[in-house]
Design a protein around this ligand. Structure first.
Ligand SMILES: *Cc1c(COP(=O)(O)O)cnc(C)c1O
Length: 292
């Protein structure tokens, strides 16, 4: 079985006429390369939960997610590596045909339990109490690895960067856990750019004074996409050989390029964009759409 390999991480420098013209350096931190299915940032977010788990006498791990969840697949495959029992509480009725993500999770030995959307909404309150009665010896990890442990682990993404003279660091925002962790691990003179991939409701507040959040690049909402986004991802791949996913990193890179075009970064800026992974999610798209 493939294990996590942090030595695969690279920092790729992007070259383009736009960047030259605007006098901006753009580097990409490729944590998507740590594992073929474990999404870069999900591994970091899981790290301290796994430590808590190991320090106590639990029977296994339970967590939550939807049919295409990067967190579910990351947890399933990490638990398989650690020889730990895992249960995935999945939002919605069991479909006739499981999504590629859930098939993968099952193949890693994760036991899937489907619950209604109504119960799923109560997963941090009354339904959690129900589940804890049902599985008293299991360790519960919140959806998406959200929470303090997740933040702390995500902050360690910056430990992969030895040269830290970047003026700006950018990442995608889902729950905002990674963004908060990065903000807290950054230096006050760095600007931390967060690109929200969900529409409205989930907007997070700035975790530190150097945080800047953009909310206009969600392309209709979580896991929504347009032809423009898909075209951008294909062109970006052709120019840089960097594959992106349509839920998080495609929107992130699109936004950064737009912000560069609109002169939102001063000349001489050195940008580090975190490629957080998520490529497995592209398997929910029609095959012909992406050229990679
Ligand atoms: C989950 C995820 C994110 C968002 O992380 P949050 O901590 O939830 O904001 C970004 N990129 C990828 C690839 C992810 O899987």
């Amino acid at each position: 079985m493939q294990t996590i390999d942090l030595t695969n991480v690279s920092i790729d420098n992007i070259e383009s006429t736009l960047l030259k013209e605007k006098n901006i350096e753009l580097s990409v931190l490729r944590i998507d390369k740590i594992h073929p299915v474990i999404s870069g940032n999900k591994w970091f977010k899981l790290k301290y939960y796994l430590k808590n788990y190991a320090a106590n006498n639990y029977e296994g791990i339970i967590t939550f997610g939807g049919a295409w969840s990067n967190h579910i697949i990351a947890t399933a495959s990490t638990c398989a590596m650690l020889n730990t029992k895992s249960i995935g509480i999945i939002r919605g009725e069991k479909p006739k045909k499981l999504s590629a993500t859930l098939q993968f999770a099952e193949s890693f030995g994760m036991q899937l339990q489907f619950i209604s959307r109504e119960n799923y909404k109560q997963k941090n309150t009354f339904y959690l109490t129900e589940l804890k009665k049902q599985f008293p010896h299991f360790y519960f990890i919140p959806e998406g690895g959200r929470g303090e442990s997740g933040e702390k682990g995500a902050g360690e993404i910056l430990d992969l960067v030895t040269k830290i003279d970047y003026t700006h660091i950018a990442c995608a925002i889902g729950t905002g856990t990674m963004f908060s962790g990065i903000c807290k691990a950054s230096t006050p003179s760095q600007k931390i750019i967060g690109i929200e991939v969900l529409k409205g409701l989930n907007s997070i507040t700035s975790p530190t004074p150097n945080a800047i959040i953009y909310s206009e690049f969600h392309f209709g909402g979580y896991a929504k996409y347009t032809t423009e986004l898909i075209n951008f991802m294909n062109n970006f791949y052709e120019e840089t050989k960097i594959p992106t996913d349509f839920v998080y990193t495609g929107k992130l890179f699109y936004a950064i390029m737009e912000l560069i075009k609109k002169d939102r970064f001063p000349q001489g800026s050195k940008l580090l964009v975190i490629h957080s992974g998520g490529l497995q999610g592209n398997s929910s798209l029609q095959k012909e759409l992406l050229k990679f």
